[in-house]
Design a protein around this ligand. Structure first.
Ligand code: ADP
Length: 268
């Protein structure tokens, strides 16, 4: 089995030179399988963004190693291969759209890679169609809703033909409609385009049908399993400040009270 991202005893501190040591990531060992949809959840400050930035060499480990498709993120010669393999989408779409017209924005990444114009046009069309934004190709970004802008930001990454896309709280700044649009786009990219997805979120509902859910607390992995395995740890999740989806909580409550609740309801 080929692993798209591997971390080995990854620890990280922002100011390693200071006397007071504050590890933000503590001995993280993970392997992500190709093609999976992985959710990473945890309360604010648990280390999710810091971990995400290690997945495409935006940050480098203080201790330990990170490999992207076998490439060591500390190998500066492979930086562009790494960034092309694993693309990162951030929270605020306004900070990620740079051009005056949508089509130009999506072309920006491939242009920087020196890809020939014909292929750039093909990639832009493919990427905008993959996120359902092709008909907006001539629009200026300010005409779009938050969810549409975030889909364009995702198209900008897709145009780089990544194998893996890491999304760091991509719905945090969106209204419920925008959130739904973005999440269904991400799921489609995973199922239909077979892109590995790592979704960082504090909305548990967004990871109920992930292949794997990883829960972080204080720089450590505290739970790692299928949504069903993770969500049944209601007490632990509450203790670290996460609220499970209401449907899950209700199902467990009924089960505790002796009702015959089908377990499948827990992943709905
Ligand atoms: P999350 O994404 O789960 O909210 P972060 O990875 O952003 O968590 O933050 C983890 C910890 O690292 C927090 O204590 C935060 O204050 C600290 N931190 C984040 N970014 C920086 C930075 N640039 N410099 C110093 N400390 C930081």
């Amino acid at each position: 089995m080929e692993h798209i991202i591997t971390t080995q005893s990854l620890s990280f501190e922002y100011h390693a030179e200071e006397q007071t040591r504050h590890l933000v990531l503590k001995d993280i060992n993970l392997q992500f399988e190709k093609g999976q949809f992985i959710g990473i959840i945890g309360h604010n400050g648990s280390g999710k963004s810091t971990l995400a930035k290690h997945f495409n060499a935006l940050l480098l480990p203080t201790k330990g190693k990170v490999f992207v498709k076998g490439m060591d993120t500390k190998d500066t010669n492979r930086l562009w291969d790494i960034r092309q393999t694993a693309g990162l989408v951030f929270q605020n779409p306004d900070n990620q759209i740079v051009a005056a017209i949508i089509e130009e924005d999506v072309a920006f990444g491939p242009e920087n890679l020196g890809i020939p114009p014909d292929e750039i046009r093909e990639r832009v069309e493919y990427a905008l169609k993959a996120v359902g934004m092709w008909e907006y190709k001539d629009y200026p970004p300010h005409m779009l809703s938050g969810g549409q802008k975030q889909r364009v930001a995702i198209a900008g990454i897709i145009a780089m033909k990544p194998e893996c896309i890491i999304l760091d709280e991509p719905t945090a700044m969106l209204d419920p409609i925008g959130r739904r649009e973005v999440i269904s786009t991400i799921k489609k990219l995973n199922k239909e385009e077979r892109i590995t997805v790592i979704l960082i979120t504090h909305f548990m509902e967004e990871v109920v049908d992930a292949d794997r859910v990883i829960v972080m607390d204080d720089g450590k992995i505290v739970l790692d399993g299928t949504p069903k395995e993770v969500f049944k740890e209601i007490e632990l999740l509450k203790k670290i400040g996460l609220s499970v989806p209401q449907v899950t909580e209700l199902a467990y409550q009924l089960k505790r009270e002796g009702f015959d609740v089908p377990l499948d309801i827990l992943t709905v």
